[in-house]
Ligand binder design. Structure first.
Ligand SMILES: [Zn+2]
Length: 736
């Protein structure tokens, strides 16, 4: 009787729904896909009692008994003669349970068994798409070549195309899937997403999906993911919510909703959603890491003023706040004017001293900047303390990210990635030529090999790079395109392009209408411009590399005559190179050896103006400038270091404070002496006293008194502080 119960139940349900017994587990999955969840459960349950291990594995999988399913797959794949498909299915189970590494191994093992297994290639494609490693399209195409009727592979290609903003390609692949299977729900979701991205109604497609399965929350989640990848975080949240509404047990959607809301600067609801998915066993890396990050927020403090919200780690908040806040105010004032608009609310900037925390903020966002990232009005970025000194300029990063904030706001988030990135890179260089995007060897090699992308296809260089450095190269290319537009037409044209994108025009239309060229003609002119600018450099890249090697060797052998004789010619080929073992430093060392401080300073100044950012090198230049009596230059050099590595360096702030104080630039001196205090110096009393002196010189007697009292609190017998306090009291006494 006990054994019969499920069968009777199934029969009963089949009477009401008109279904038939599933002959294989695939039938159960089909029931599930069509929204017959209860029937599917019964169906899966039945297969868990099968005499066949593979059927049992599928049965347990359907019941979400992951461990047992895993065990049964192990048994099923044991015999040498077992089907390659079993390994593929096992791999898919592991993929679903967040284990892409072993899933990949299983797909590869399946291919060893059966090199023409289309599902195995599809598995590899799915994992690649998940990790944005750039091989997904290739694998999916292989799967289709082996089995043209594999609808899922077409669905995946459709999704990949849409991620690349290839809307026509996406819709075409989706149609192929639908032609093969009339219940290709994910293909329908791609159609819905494509409609939304074009600001048309997706409802007809959702109606088709609902007709097949009213509880297919995955469709809404697919759509939300596409919106997110197109920077539309608010809209994405709407569709993640719809996904959960359609299927409250879709834990993956609870998690992605939580992460999306975190991107929008929310904290409480993300915590709730992420905990819910975690507690229900959905524990992928993104969920776990995001929860950990939310938990670490207690170590941060939030500082607000009317135009900014800063979220800084408590340990470095007092040091960084003045710098970041004042830079933000400058940027906002500049961009308000330039973009002729005001932001709807304050900009929120989160600064992470732990790079892993920042990385969590960008999980699943391919090709986004490695240093900062913008979500609507929220900017998340590395703290300088998260990076090696010289790796990162927080100032240029802020100018870059804030440009995104304006452009995303101006276009209501309808802007292709290449253009907003290009403009952001362009803005860095507009603010300071020293901050212009680096012409790195990677970029130079791509220019030499003529592998820059056509403008109409530049987006894919960010999302699905064909070679490892393509993302970096694409940033450079996008930035240089904006530089080209400014130079050949005007800065005004860039603003016009923003407006055109806001009107939902495609890049092809924008280039045609705003610049009056076909994209092909634009590419031709742009490449000619690039060639004129960098062609000679690119052509001589190998020669430069050989020359640099020889210089490094000469320098190591202390053959300074050779370094100084051959340095200038090497430098002239590729002056933008300021990374490791650059000619500037090699020559500076040689001059130093010669005792020629003037020449040493000159070559380091050239390094500085080329955008060289190693703090130690800049500080060395500042010392030379100071010794040569160039106090203002020395201060300017150290101020550059402040944008690179203002942390863990109380000496830097003290030096700069002294220089500025001596030049009677008291506001700057106050900022720097306050930074010394915030750095937690050994000599707290001395630091507070210097700050008090600067306040006094600036006429801020109350602040001076506060600082001098703090100095005396640290060292009650500190004579100069006692004297200053006495004078301050006498002065205020007179006033009374
Ligand atoms: Zn960017």
């Amino acid at each position: 009787m006990k054994c019969l119960a499920p069968v009777l139940l199934l029969l009963q349900m089949c009477v009401s729904t008109g279904c038939v017994f599933a002959a294989s587990p695939a039938g159960c999955w089909s029931l599930r896909k069509h929204g017959h969840r209860a029937e599917a459960q019964v169906c899966f349950e039945r297969f868990t009692h099968s005499s066949d291990a593979y059927d049992r594995a599928e049965g347990f999988w359907g019941l979400e008994e992951w461990q047992q399913a895993n065990e049964q797959f192990r048994v099923a794949t044991q015999p040498e003669s077992s089907s390659a498909l079993y390994k593929v299915r096992w791999g898919m189970l592991l993929h679903e349970r967040f284990n892409n590494r072993e899933a990949t191994d299983l797909f590869r093992e399946a291919l060893t068994k059966d090199p023409s297994s289309a599902p195995a290639f599809l598995g590899l494609a799915i994992v690649s798409a998940d990790t944005f490693d750039g091989k997904a399209t290739e694998y999916a195409a292989k799967a289709i070549a082996l089995d043209p009727k594999l609808a899922e592979a077409h669905e995946l290609l459709a999704s990949l195309a849409l991620q690349n903003d290839d809307r026509e390609g996406a819709v075409a692949e989706a149609d192929k899937a639908i032609a093969l299977e009339d219940d290709a729900l994910d293909a329908m979701a791609i159609h819905a997403a494509a409609e939304l991205l074009a600001d048309r109604s997706p409802e007809a497609w959702f109606a088709k999906i609902v007709a097949v399965n009213p509880n297919y929350g995955e469709a809404y989640a697919d759509v939300a993911e596409q919106l997110e990848l197109h920077y539309r975080y608010e809209d994405a949240a709407v569709y993640y919510r719809k996904a959960i509404e359609a299927n409250p047990h879709l834990w993956s959607a609870h998690s992605t909703l939580g992460i999306d809301l975190m991107r929008l600067g929310k904290e409480d609801e993300p915590m709730k959603e992420l905990e819910l998915s975690y507690d229900n066993g959905y524990r992928d890396a993104a969920t776990v890491n995001s929860l950990r990050l939310l938990d670490s927020y207690k170590n941060f403090e939030t500082i607000r003023d009317e135009s900014t919200i800063l979220k800084l780690k408590k340990t470095e908040a007092s040091l960084l706040q003045p710098y970041i806040q004042s830079e933000l105010h400058t940027i906002i004032a500049t961009y308000d004017k330039k973009y002729r608009m005001k932001l709807p609310g304050p900009v929120r900037v989160e600064v992470y001293p732990d790079h892993e925390d920042f990385a969590v903020r960008t999980t699943g966002m391919p090709g986004l900047g490695a240093l900062g990232v913008t979500f609507g009005e929220v900017v998340a970025m590395d703290s300088p303390s998260a990076r090696k000194p010289g790796d990162f300029n927080w100032g240029s990063t802020l100018w870059h990210e804030l440009s995104h904030v304006y452009v995303l706001t101006a276009t209501n988030h309808r802007v292709p990635r290449w253009f907003t990135e290009g403009l952001a890179v362009h803005e860095e260089g507009e603010h300071s030529s020293e901050w212009a995007d680096r012409l790195t060897p990677d970029v130079l090699v791509v220019i030499r090999d003529k592998k820059l992308l056509p403008i109409a296809k530049l987006d894919r260089g960010f999302v699905y790079p064909d070679y490892p450095s393509q993302v970096v190269v694409s940033y450079f290319q996008a930035g240089s395109i904006c530089n080209f537009v400014k130079e050949r037409w005007s800065e005004e044209k860039l603003l016009a392009m923003i407006q055109s994108y806001a009107q939902l025009k495609t890049t092809t239309q924008v280039v045609q209408e705003d610049l009056g060229l076909t994209p092909e003609e634009f590419d031709r002119q742009y490449l000619a411009w690039m060639d004129k600018k960098y062609g000679a450099e690119a052509a001589r890249f190998n020669e430069w590399r050989e020359k640099l090697k020889a210089l490094v060797a000469a320098s190591e052998q202390k053959q300074y005559d050779i370094v100084l004789a051959q340095g200038p010619a090497t430098l002239a080929i590729y002056p933008e190179y300021v990374e490791d073992a650059n000619v500037y430093e090699l020559m500076a060392d040689a001059y130093k050896e010669r005792g020629d401080a003037k020449a040493e300073a000159a070559v380091l100044t050239a390094y500085e103006h080329e955008g060289g950012q190693y703090p130690a090198v800049l500080k060395r230049l500042a010392t030379l400038e100071e010794a040569a009596g160039q106090q203002a230059e020395a201060a300017a050099t150290l101020e550059r270091v402040n944008y690179i590595y203002p942390v863990k360096d109380e000496e830097l702030h003290r030096r700069l404070g002294d220089l500025l104080y001596a030049q009677k630039r008291y506001d700057g001196a106050i900022r720097e002496y306050a930074a010394v205090v915030a750095s937690g110096p050994m000599d707290k009393a001395g630091a507070e006293f210097h700050l008090a002196q600067a306040y006094l010189a600036a006429g801020q007697k109350d602040k001076a008194q506060e600082s001098v009292l703090a100095a005396l609190e640290a060292a009650p017998g500190y004579r100069p502080a006692q004297k200053m306090l006495l004078e301050l009291n006498q002065a205020s006494g007179k006033m009374n």
